[in-house]
Write a protein that binds this ligand. Structure first.
Ligand code: PSU
Ligand code: MN
Length: 305
């Protein structure tokens, strides 16, 4: 018997794809491992609404009991947001999770794979994984970077998280031929902050130009996606001088406690949330919503063919 992928498309997503209407993929690790309950599910709902209000159909992606879901019903979203022990699924884990019938939240890498399978070319998230500080010792480099190199999806994020080694992250992306496009400014944004002190390799100022670049990649037969770095709205940003020392404290704690591999990013986000008394979460919510709106515009231009 041949193996087929258990795949369920939400009805509105199926309809939109059928009509070649704009669809924006959304990830689920940010729900299960990136934010506390109930803000995680509230944010997921708001982000879906933001995509709809901006003229596209949202498709939140997750693996539920071994089925890959493209678009979740509200009850499924709620259950996932409350569930304990959900797998954090990247490229390496995805087939194992599905084959054994488990439930898993998709990272940026796994969400890109799922989006591509479904025929969705645009994806909004908070921040991507990257090269961790101390990577020369730990070799901790997120699979998100290599996914961007091979899977043709435009990912809208607020830049690499400030917990990472940003210059090394840019080097790995450049080596792998991934365009890193700052939206509307020269400087690469760094998640909670609009600035990183580093000039982005590329800059584009409108959604149409970003979509045109994706189409040109396809026309040239180049594999891989694009990373759009969309700065957090000014009103919500935590400037570098404020978040920098907090990040350093959280990183030092992670090291003392021996936190490693997949646990590093969730641990740091949770500690930074505690150390900023929730301000990092407020910023995180604002930046994801902002990314969802831009992604919806890009999806509309991509849908124009
Ligand atoms: N963006 C957020 N919060 C998150 C993430 C992104 O605002 O929790 C998740 C994404 O799923 C991303 C993952 O793929 O963090 C990176 O994990 P790692 O560093 O272990 O590759
Ligand atoms: Mn890692």
């Amino acid at each position: 018997m041949t193996t087929t992928l258990p795949l369920t498309l939400a009805s509105d997503v199926a309809k939109a794809l059928e009509a070649s209407a704009p669809v924006v993929a959304l990830e689920s690790t940010i729900i299960t491992h990136g934010m506390p309950y109930p803000q995680n599910v509230e944010t997921a709902r708001m982000v879906e609404e933001d995509v709809r209000a901006a003229g596209a159909t949202p498709a939140t992606i997750a693996i539920l009991d071994g089925t890959l879901h493209i678009g979740l019903e509200d009850a499924q979203l709620e259950a996932l947001a409350q569930a304990k022990d959900v797998m954090k699924v990247s490229r390496a884990d995805m087939p194992v999770c599905i084959a054994k019938g488990a439930t898993g939240a998709t990272t940026v890498a796994a969400t890109m794979i799922a989006a591509h399978i479904a025929g969705i070319g645009t994806f909004a998230t908070g921040g991507i994984g990257g090269v961790h500080r101390g990577a020369s010792e730990t070799f901790d480099i997120s699979a998100d970077l290599l996914e961007l190199a091979q899977t043709p999806v435009t990912v809208v994020a607020a830049g690499p998280k400030a917990i990472l080694d940003i210059p090394k992250t840019l080097e790995v992306l450049e080596t792998n031929g991934v365009p890193v496009i700052a939206y509307g400014q020269d400087e690469l944004p760094a998640f909670w902050s609009r600035g990183s002190g580093i000039t982005a390799p590329l800059r584009l100022d409108d959604a149409a130009a970003i979509a045109a670049s994706a189409k040109m990649r396809a026309a040239m037969g180049l594999s891989g996606g694009q990373l759009v770095a969309n700065p957090i709205p000014e009103a919500d940003e935590i400037t570098r001088d404020v978040i920098g020392p907090v990040v350093d404290t959280a990183l030092a704690e992670a090291e003392t406690k021996g936190i490693a591999a997949k646990d590093v990013t969730p641990f740091l986000l949770q500690r930074i949330f505690e150390l900023t008394e929730g301000r990092s979460l407020t910023a995180n919510i604002a930046l994801v919503r902002n990314n969802a709106r831009l992604a919806a515009q890009i999806a509309q231009h991509l849908a124009k063919g």
